[in-house]
Design a protein around this ligand. Structure first.
Ligand SMILES: [Zn+2]
Length: 274
């Protein structure tokens, strides 16, 4: 996309400011606190944070990662999330242009950022984002049918709902199999709801692709946790999220390269019910 450098800088700054808000969500959603009130304050000493100490990324560097008042360290998550959101804004505009679809995908990636960090820390995925996002996702497809590659609103909503069923369904069935094999809960309900939500935006093919590629991203961290902590429990939300971002940006190429598109077509051809 041919924008002047200043436009990219502006997109970066807006993205990082959204990231600042995502940090508030990551801190407050799992604690059941309001995300709009009260204003930002230091979680350690509760001192309100002045606007000049609340500039994304920059303030963290200027303050050398410490609260101005109590000098306790600021969580590394704050600048990382601000930077991640800024890069996400750049990436969606570079890939999808300055379009309504790009705005939807940016919101989607932002939701995944919140989910990933909350899941890492609390091993939960907030329903506000998974179930709330699912409803918003279906509604957005009705408002913007091109998200589901059609001009027809009813068809877009239909595809969105099939995405929900396939996304939630594959993980639900996998969970049932896992429960049967390991005799204990193996798949969290939050993961099921997250992939269902993703299906409402990305459609069934891309969530099915995510289902197959997410374990690849989880493999090394999963083995590390198994060896170091002797635990087989890892939060899966971050790896689903990485898989979903890969599916969003490279999904159609991946479907083609991995032969999944062809496989789906063949299975459909031989096993369709009519
Ligand atoms: Zn403080």
């Amino acid at each position: 996309m041919a924008f002047p450098p200043l436009a990219w800088a502006l997109i970066f700054v807006i993205g990082s400011m959204v990231g600042s808000f995502l940090n508030v969500c990551i801190h407050r959603l799992p604690r059941d606190q309001s995300i709009v009130f009260p204003a930002s304050h230091c979680p350690a000493c509760r001192h309100p944070i002045a606007w000049f100490d609340n500039i994304p990324v920059l303030s963290f560097l200027l303050l050398r990662g410490r609260c101005r008042y109590c000098r306790r360290t600021i969580h590394w998550r704050y600048p990382v999330v601000e930077l991640a959101a800024a890069l996400a804004a750049i990436a969606v505009v570079a890939r999808f242009g300055l379009t309504a679809a790009a705005a939807v995908y940016f919101a989607f990636v932002c939701a995944l950022i919140v989910v990933s960090f909350v899941d890492l820390e609390f091993q939960i995925i907030p329903d506000e984002i998974s179930l709330g996002g699912l409803v918003v996702g279906v509604a957005l497809c009705a408002a913007l049918p091109s998200l589901q590659e059609t001009a027809s609103r009813p068809l877009a909503v239909g595809r969105s709902l099939i995405g929900v069923l396939v996304g939630g369904g594959v993980l639900y069935v996998t969970g049932l199999l896992g429960d049967f094999i390991f005799r204990k809960e193996s798949m969290g309900g939050g993961d099921i709801k997250l992939l269902a939500m993703a299906g409402s935006i990305l459609g069934w093919k891309l969530v099915l692709l995510t289902f197959f590629i997410a374990p690849i991203f989880a493999l090394i961290p999963g083995l590390t946790v198994l060896l170091l902590k002797r635990s087989h429990i890892i939060p899966y939300g971050p790896f689903l999220s990485i898989g979903l971002v890969a599916a969003l940006f490279a999904g159609n190429d991946l479907l083609h390269v991995t032969g999944m598109e062809e496989t789906i077509r063949l299975i459909w051809y031989y096993y369709r019910p009519w």
